[in-house]
Design a protein around this ligand. Structure first.
Ligand code: HEM
Length: 426
């Protein structure tokens, strides 16, 4: 096992065993930088862009290791002030322990509509912000909905930091990175689910050999960050953090977060079609016809160039018998000035030895996410030609299967501990 595969495996295992395996492999590493405390870190819990690496084209590179902790209050009704203090203590300690960076730890705490339903008051967000219960966004979607109360997202290039932070949050250790934790999240909340993943070019290729349903020889390009073989998240195709920020009210500077988990059927993705067809289905037929994507797509720079192809979905369906995923989705992913609405921060996972994608997306309002996801259904393309069907030749829909979906509000940092719906804090 390569060093980085071993570290990835350690994060997937978690707990004391995972941490020990990590520390063994990392004994030559620099100490993990400590933090400036909650007041010294950005009010936007999703304020990550200025604190991560960028590639040569300036595209943001998410931290290599990521963990999603889904947590719920054990009893009915709203949390107590003591619960709130407990959660605040644990999260504030995290900001003391770790620098706000990919070399330290980036994190956020978010809350579901089911959590806010515990209170009588309505959620105090402006009219342009919605936070509904999660719902299917196509006839064939049959996910398990994530209605746990809270989602804590941890991300770092340092797996030892990620695991030690998790141990302290879950009450398995009383300190992390030299900072003692006055409380653990699990003193107030129960851990309902734990999911892990990675954002690391090359790792999908390395992992693919161990996963079920990956054909031989391993078809995942060695430098791809995605199992499906390309790069994603070009800077020009992402909303800015400003664009996704809630504008006013107590939750100003917060945002909404949709998190899906998608199983990928790689045997068919690689087995049923050639590279040109994969480019057509992931980007657009125009990308294939114009030979715009070299290798995994690094040559595209900081923009996928999809904007040229937004109006030709129906035309492409009839001409090529295929339409592109990015092309369909991007149609509804623009504000009046043509700027993207969604900040997609997806990363891959091999949890349970299945290739899947965790798809967190930040946007000012959940209805924006829903509109973009529905636009991926490409109904107009299916109506234009029998060659494009609900899930066939229709972007990547034939190859991805939604297993989980949850919606959350990411409050500003100052309200991140079990907030009340009116943001008064008690
Ligand atoms: C396994 C699942 C998925 C994979 C492998 C994938 C991959 C990609 C790739 C390679 C691109 C083109 C490059 C880029 O702009 O980032 C793209 C674009 C896009 N994807 Fe996905 N994606 C997946 C699922 C989803 C889902 C579930 C949504 C839900 C809304 C989505 C929304 C978008 C949007 C909106 C764009 C276009 C960005 C723009 O506006 O220009 N993707 N995706």
């Amino acid at each position: 096992m390569s060093r980085r595969e071993a570290l990835k495996a350690a994060v997937a295992v978690g707990g004391a065993a995972g941490l020990a395996a990590c520390v063994d492999r990392l004994d030559d590493e620099e100490p993990v930088p400590t933090g400036d405390g909650a007041d010294g870190h950005p009010e936007r819990q999703y304020g990550w862009n200025d604190h991560v690496r960028t590639d040569d084209a300036g595209n943001w590179q998410l931290p290599r290791h990521q963990t999603l902790l889904y947590l719920s209050l054990p009893a009915e009704g709203p949390p107590s002030e003591a619960d709130r203090e407990t959660v605040r203590g644990a999260l504030d300690a995290l900001d003391e322990a770790y620098a706000w960076s990919h070399e330290g730890l980036l994190h956020s705490a978010a809350y579901s509509p089911a959590y806010f339903d515990r209170f009588e008051a309505d959620l105090a967000v402006p009219d342009d912000v919605s936070l509904p219960a999660p719902t299917p966004l196509a006839d064939y979607e049959t996910p398990e909905f994530d209605t746990q109360d809270a989602l804590v997202h941890l991300a770092s290039d340092r797996p030892d930091a990620l695991l030690a932070a998790e141990e302290a949050l879950l009450g398995e250790a009383d300190e992390a990175n030299g900072v003692s934790f006055p409380s653990a999240l699990t003193d107030a909340l129960e851990l309902a689910d734990r999911r892990t993943g990675f954002f690391d070019p090359g790792m999908p290729h390395e992992k693919a050999d161990e996963l079920s349903g990956v054909p031989e020889p391993n078809p995942v390009p060695e430098d791809a960050p995605l199992f499906m073989g390309f790069i994603a998240g070009f800077r020009g195709n992402q909303a800015t953090e400003d664009a996704v920020a809630i504008g006013e009210g107590p939750f100003a500077e917060g945002t909404t977060k949709s998190v899906g988990n998608w199983r990928q059927r790689l045997a068919d993705w690689y087995g049923e079609q050639d590279r040109d067809q994969r480019v057509m289905e992931l980007f657009s037929p125009g990308h294939a016809a114009g030979d715009l994507v070299e290798g995994v797509g690094t040559n595209l720079g900081d923009d996928s160039g999809i904007d040229r192809f937004l109006d030709s979905v129906v035309e492409d369906a009839t001409e090529y018998g295929r339409v592109g995923h990015a092309q369909k989705a991007a149609r509804k992913n623009r504000d009046a000035d043509g700027n993207p609405l969604l900040l997609r921060r997806h990363f891959e996972s091999a949890d349970g030895d299945v290739a899947s994608l965790h798809f967190p997306s930040l946007q000012r309002s959940i209805d924006q996410f829903e509109t973009v996801r529905r636009s991926m259904n490409g109904v107009d393309a299916t109506e234009a030609t029998p060659a494009v069907r609900q899930r066939v030749n229709n972007g990547i829909l034939e190859y991805i299967f939604l297993r989980h979906r949850g919606y959350f509000l990411v409050p500003p940092r100052s309200l991140r501990a079990l907030p009340t719906p009116d943001g008064t804090g008690s």
